[in-house]
Design a protein around this ligand. Structure first.
Ligand code: AMP
Length: 280
């Protein structure tokens, strides 16, 4: 695996390649990220991964400074896995050369709801960096995790809007044995919080079961799950059942007609904010 830090070195490595499969990450790689690399390997060749902690997608009071940066360990994991041909690890100057500050603005009805409501500016950060990275790498396919469900949808939408020649391939959420979705932020959890954390996924499963059984009072189902989280000491940002196709709230008739839905949640355990979702 070649590790490159500049766009110029990246271009040198990739000249003439037409079937590039790309996996952008913020590093601190875990088995979820590695599963995306393996999937990329099935969809194209060569596989390019990136590691860049994107300041623009962090709010002023969020964890940009303490976000885990473990480049040497990440390189060792990728080398052991042997699926990635080039790792692109640019610095900020390389992706955000001064003094320009171009931005990609997602539509409000997708970018300002759910995660966007609680993390203002987050999706501007995501779409801006993803467009820049796509421009650097010029991939034919890119793999994104369903763990970040709204992000996946917004990136897909951006590709369609800008007619980018990159196909977005989703990967299922990779979980620990107890159901907790793997995340770089899980390392912030204390031992007690780590034992509590799987409740989030268990509640999403309960929401799905109630809907599968034919219950149609979505507000009540959401409320019950939120209340249980709160009672267990979580601070809930949202836990909401939405339509898969546009993340809008379903009508009663749509719930009864079993339109494809997804339940999405974000909640804080202590100081650690976890997100998860489940398709229904
Ligand atoms: P991040 O490093 O958190 O920006 O994530 C990079 C990519 O890995 C994104 O497409 C995420 O959705 C994906 N990802 C992170 N955690 C998981 C997971 N547990 N399962 C599947 N994909 C994941």
């Amino acid at each position: 695996m070649k590790v490159v830090h500049t766009v110029e070195e990246l271009r040198d490595q990739l000249r003439g390649q037409l079937r590039i499969a790309f996996v952008p990450t913020m590093g601190n790689l875990h088995d979820g990220h590695l599963a995306l690399m393996a999937m990329a390997h099935q969809h194209g060749d060569p596989v390019v991964a990136s590691i860049f902690v994107n300041r623009l997608q962090f709010g002023p009071n969020e964890d940009f400074d303490k976000y885990p940066r473990t480049l040497a360990d990440d390189i060792a994991k990728l080398q052991a896995q042997n699926k990635v041909y080039v790792l692109f690890a640019p610095n900020e100057q390389e992706l955000y050369p001064e003094p320009q500050n171009y931005r990609v603005q997602p539509p409000q009805d997708l970018g300002d709801i759910l995660e966007g409501e609680f993390r203002p500016g987050f999706f501007v950060g995501v779409t801006t960096v993803v467009l820049k990275l796509f421009s650097c790498v010029q991939p034919r396919v890119a793999v994104f995790g369903k763990k970040d469900y709204q992000q996946l949808m917004i990136v897909r939408n951006m590709c369609r809007q800008f007619a980018l020649p990159t196909e977005i391939v989703p990967h299922e959420t990779v979980r620990d044995a107890d159901g907790l979705a793997l995340s770089s932020r899980n390392r912030y959890l204390s031992e007690a919080e780590r034992r509590e954390a799987p409740r989030l996924y268990r509640l999403l499963q309960q929401v799905r079961e109630r809907l599968h059984r034919g219950e149609a009072d979505v507000a009540r189902i959401e409320h019950d799950a939120q209340r249980e989280l709160t009672a267990a000491g979580w601070k809930v940002d949202y836990l909401s059942v939405r339509r898969q196709r546009d993340l809008k709230a379903p009508t009663h008739d749509e719930v009864v007609a079993r339109l494809p839905l997804v339940v999405l949640a974000a909640a804080k355990l202590g100081t650690t904010r976890l997100i998860d979702n489940l398709e229904i």
